[in-house]
Each structure stands twice: as C-alpha cells, then as structure tokens.
Ligand binder design. Sequence first.
Ligand code: SPV
Ligand code: MN
Length: 591
Amino acid sequence: MDEKLIKLNNPRVLDVVKHYVELCEPAKVTVIDDSEADAQLLRDRALGGGEEHKLAMAGHTYHFDGAQDQARDKAHTKLLVSKPVNFGFETATLDRDTGLAEMHDLLKGIMRGKEMFVAFHCLGPVNSPFSLLALQITDSAYVAHSEDLLYRRGYEAFRAANGSDDFFVFVHSAGALVDGVTRDVDKRRIYVDLEANRVFSINNQYAGNSVGLKKLAFRLAIARAHREGWLAEHMFLMGAHGPNGRITYFSGAYPSACGKTSTAMIPGQSIVGDDIIYARVFDGELRAVNVERGIFGIIENVNAEDDPEIFKVLTSEGECIFSNVLISDDGVPYWTGSNVEPPAAGGKHFLGHWVPGDKDKDGKEIPVSHKNARYTISLEALANRDPVLHDPHGVRLDAMIYGGRDSDTSVPVCEARSWAHGVLLGACVESETTAATLGQEGVRKHNPYANLDFMTLPLSKYVADHLAMADKLKSTPKVFVTNYFLKNDKGKFLNHKLDKKVWILWAEKRVHGEVDAIETPVGFIPKYEDLVPLFKSALNKDYSRADYDEQFKIRIDGYRAKWARMAAIFDKIDMPDAFKAELKAQIDRLG
Ligand code: SPV
Ligand code: MN
C-alpha cells in the first residue's frame, strides 16, 4: 500500500482507492500529494503519454480533444435516481441500480496497461468553512494536470480532516487512446450519483466532461448546498472598484456567450473567479468564495484589444494548456478572433492538418480553432487578480447579476425591485442562440440562473432556497440584470463592448445608495445624468441623450411577450407561492 495513502489515515480513502484499483486494473497507481515534485510529475506524464505536447513558449502545452468530444455531453450526463423525480425541467436521469451496474461493467479493466492517478483537492480555499474535499481518480494525466492548475491542492487538507469520510469522489477514465485522444466516444458516459456523492465519467477528455472538480462537483454541490442551507452557483465573482478605493463584490450568472468572463475581467476591476462560487451566511451576511483557482476559458475572440489581461497570459511564458486551437509547425498556437493571422502553411488542428480556406463536407469554411476551444491557466497569472482569492472567509456579496442575451427588448442594465423580484429575474434568464451555434439564429433559450445544465434539484426547491435567504440576511444583496446585446432595427448593436464597465460602476453606486434611479414596471433603470459622468470617467466618452433614450426605453410589447413566455413555462411547474406572486405582480405591472 502506498505510503502517502497510509499517512492520510483515512479508511474511506483506502476503501475507495482499493475498490477502483481492483475494478479498473491499472498497471500502476500514483498518489499525488501537494508537492511541486508531484505537480511536475503530472506535467511530465501528460507530455510523455501524448495527451499534451510542448509549444515553443516555456510552460505552454496543447491538448486535443477528439472531433466528437468538444463540449459537454448533455445527453450522456445522467443523474442516477432511485425513484422518479419531477425536476420541473428536462434532465437526463437513469435508474440508479441500472446505472451503477452498467458503470461497473464499463469500468471493469478500463485502465489496463495505464497509470492511475489518485489526487486530492480542496474545492474553495483551504482551511475555510466554505470548502469541500474531493478525491479524483483518473487515468488521464491531462485531467489531473488541469485540476492542478484549476483547483487548490488538498492532500494536506485531507490529512487535517483526520479520517473524515466527508468528501466527493470522482472516477474518470479517458478510455483507450489513439494519438493521445479518446477513441470510444460512443461509449462516453457521465453518471452523477448524488446519493453517494460521487461521479463516474468515462471515455472522454473535454474538461467539461472529464474534470471531476468542475461541473461534476458543481452538480453534487448544488444538491449538498440545498441540504445544508447554502448556495452553490454558476457565477463569477469580481470586485467592482468604486470611488476612493472602495471595492464592492459582485457575483454574476450568465449563460454561455452572454459576457460572463468579460464582465469578470472588466478593465480596472479585479477578478476573484469566473465560473463557480459557494455562498454562505455568516452573522447575517452573505459571503462567497471562488471554488476554483484557475480559468478554463473560451479562447475565441481573446485578443489584445478586447481581453488584454488574458491575451498577455496566453502570449507570455508560464503554465498554460491550449486545447483545440491551431498549432503551427514552429509550435505557436492560433485561434479565431485573436487578430493574429494563422500561417499560410496552416498547421495541426483538432480535425487533422489544416490550411486557411479548408472547407468541411458542406462547403463551409473550417475555422482556425473550434468555437469551444479553450485555455487553462492559473488565476495567479492574471495581473488583475483580486488579492482576496484565497481568503478562507471569502468576500461579502453586495450584488448579484443575471446576464441574458436579447437583441430586441431588455434594457442594458436594470435593478430588481427587491430580493424576491431578483429571484424571479434569475429564474427567467433567457439567451438567444447566436450564429455560432447550430440551428436557427435568434431563438430564445430559457436558462434559469444560467444553471439549467447543472441543476440537481427540482427548480421549485432551488428557488425556495434563494427566497429563504431574505430571512437569514441582515440585508440582501442588490440584484441586477444586464443585456449587452440590444440592437436597433437595422441589426446594429446599440452598445459598445466596453459599455458594460459603466453599467457595473453604476450598479456599484446603487449598492451604496449614491445614485437615484427611475422606477419602471420591470425594475429600476439609471438616470441619464448619472451615466454621463460615468461614461466620461470610465471610457472618456460623451454619452448622448439620444443614445440613452434608445437604449433605455421600455419596450413594453417585447417585455409583455417575454413575461407571457415565462408564465407559460412556470404555469406547468409547481413553484413556491411567493414566486408565483412575484411573477403575477410582474405581469400586472406591465399590464
Ligand atoms: C461552461 O460551459 O459553463 C463552462 C465550461 O464553464 S465547462 O467546463 O464545459 O462547463
Ligand atoms: Mn461554466
């Protein structure tokens, strides 16, 4: 038995590891502790095993997921349930016994000839009342390496937990590899076993499927938070910098392609995290931490002008894993929207060799990188990282934002009338499909709290937990909704990308009661005269009355249509009475 395992003095850890060693039959088992030597071992193994390759820049590597493994596999991610559950929305479930039996068969011998890594992590800062422990078993050094960049090391935290059996378990296998890429994606399965706080994930590498600590742990955490009276949210966490050095912490939930990372990265502000938070009440205050310590971010459109901080990290020495981008013959990564021309000779692409102008079988041009191509970096690398990142007490959350994508109705920023109204607005987040996704453009997708893909609770319970926060808090955070995508009738955006800085700084002032607002049926909107000085100081722009009128007019017909859509959805779900009353009041006000 491995000495590092024995030292943990944890019977459950020993049982779990023994069980999966016997079942998966790896050729070798390597236990990872918090040492730099073990982190280096993972980097070396990822390179040696062909899952990652070196790039020209020191510390940079690249990884390809297979052509069929480029995004989260919703259809094969299933919640194991012992009896049918009415979630109030579509979610894939599977009878627990059936799922466990199937998984047992699939795991049998899956690691033959491979090395099994056993790694320990802490979700949230170490030595923190927010944090949870997680044990990852995987045969993918790429997964273990990614987790080392994205999560805090937790071997010592496990030791300190003194034999506690309270930890999440993730069992992953990339399955058979060809050229470092999963072969049997048709047998990809991700089974979430809420009852045992564990998740199985096999025959995949894309981090949204494979990295247990990310969206797999998040699903377990949502259910756990409900049981224990706290919140696990699909939210960024950032410090908005107000007057005289004041920092006000905002969290925000946005469906993908709605501006989440760019809001967390607004110039002049500070980032704590870009994806997942845990929030708890202490002494009547809602406080939050970033569960992660890195970013697994979409690389498309990251360029020197729009994302200068991230672009700098991606083009400087230091640890960074690029996935599914173009790799030139001289080991330089290229991606769509970087404002850097790929070489005429092309290079290696996740689909094979690629040269500019290559077309797919339908005659469509193949882009430089996959639209979900990613970078994996540590937050430490970012110059705008907030120093509170590892504070075990977290930060006081003063505001929450729900961001949608709507071309024709919603104003750029609007403050909810109350906490309960904010809970309603979060439940009614919608995002229009963009040209970048398959299918028709401009179709509105309802995505409550930007959390639909990860919800492991009936929506009614999740909403009830949010409503109940009002009774536990001395004062509730202010809630805002944003829409960066309003267009005029000629299809032109009404706002510049950087305008979001003004909306956030306005919201920051609202939190502190420093600016007034206009009450409308849908919430409070900014006054023109308060935005003018913010546009000037933040962006050095003269903001015109005509622009304001166009952006902030209340498009009653569009709003009525939105709330009719919402009423139709929520009529079919058994929601809490307070929620139904809020929804009715919203519709009545618009009437
Ligand atoms: C998201 O899709 O919300 C992400 C990336 O943050 S993934 O890891 O795929 O979930
Ligand atoms: Mn996410």
